[in-house]
Design a binder for this molecule. Structure first.
Ligand code: GLP
Length: 242
């Protein structure tokens, strides 16, 4: 696990994007990105979009797989991860929308949607570069504490802490969904490279657990200690407990 500590959030975005761009260039234009929602990777994605616009990175044939989606929120809802990925990844990076995939949390058969999602990742050749944030309770994707370290894409119940953390995006906590579909920890671990970004003091405990804590399902991000090519990019505030 490589840990890079940057002076501020802006540089976290630039360093993470530069790392990703180097990896993507080595793979070639058909690179498969694993993309995350949340505020953490927004600057990284904006920088990748700039590199793509400036012709420094060829994403013309790239595809992308999102980590997760709420259950029961229509794809056009402003807080659906379909919509957030469209705004933060697909449009700014100029990706072909047909090659951008988000789990279908509005499907009639959610279990089948999860199986189909896993199959689509395999059919695309697997994820080359997986971007991650981390929840204050250690979740990656929506793999809440107690998630199996070998889990695959499935339905999960959101932890109360996660619902509270995400309530800021909704009018009230009652509107925050209770369930989600998320790639599993096993799915995430299959990515060839992983880049986790975190900024701010609220992530300091989570980063210390991910990097230095015991590997435990009670702190799901700690599984990344077992990944061969994991990079953690943080600002000084998020590194404060290392
Ligand atoms: C969300 C997402 C995660 C994200 C995390 C942290 O609920 N499902 O993929 O990494 O929580 O979000 P943020 O980056 O806004 O702190």
């Amino acid at each position: 696990m490589e840990v890079i500590i940057c002076p501020d959030a802006e540089r976290v975005g630039r360093v993470a994007a530069a790392k990703a761009a180097k990896l993507a260039a080595a793979v070639g234009p058909k690179v498969v990105l694993g993309v995350a929602t949340g505020s953490s990777p927004v600057q990284t994605f904006a920088e990748l979009a700039r590199l793509s616009r400036d012709g420094e990175l060829d994403l013309s044939q790239a595809s992308a797989f999102a980590l997760d989606e709420y259950v029961g929120i229509a794809p056009g809802h402003p807080e659906s991860y379909h919509e957030i990925i469209r705004k933060t990844v697909t449009e700014p990076m100029g990706l072909d929308p047909a090659r951008v995939h988000v789990p279908d949390g509005f499907a009639d058969d959610l279990a089948a949607a999860c199986r189909d999602y896993e199959a689509a990742i395999v059919a695309a050749g697997g994820v080359d570069i997986q971007f991650l944030g981390v929840g204050t309770n250690g979740h990656i994707g929506f793999n809440e504490p107690t998630s199996s370290l070998t889990s695959r894409t499935r339905i999960k119940t959101l932890a109360e802490r996660t619902r509270q953390d995400n309530a800021r995006f909704f009018d009230s906590i009652d509107q925050v969904p209770r369930h989600c579909l998320t790639q599993g920890l096993g799915t995430i671990m299959d990515a060839r490279s992983v880049i986790l970004v975190a900024t701010g003091a609220t992530k300091a405990h989570a980063i210390a657990q991910v990097v230095e804590g015991p590997i435990t399902a009670m702190f799901p991000g700690s599984v990344l200690q077992l990944h061969q090519h994991a990079t953690i990019v943080v600002d000084e505030a998020a590194a404060a407990e290392l």
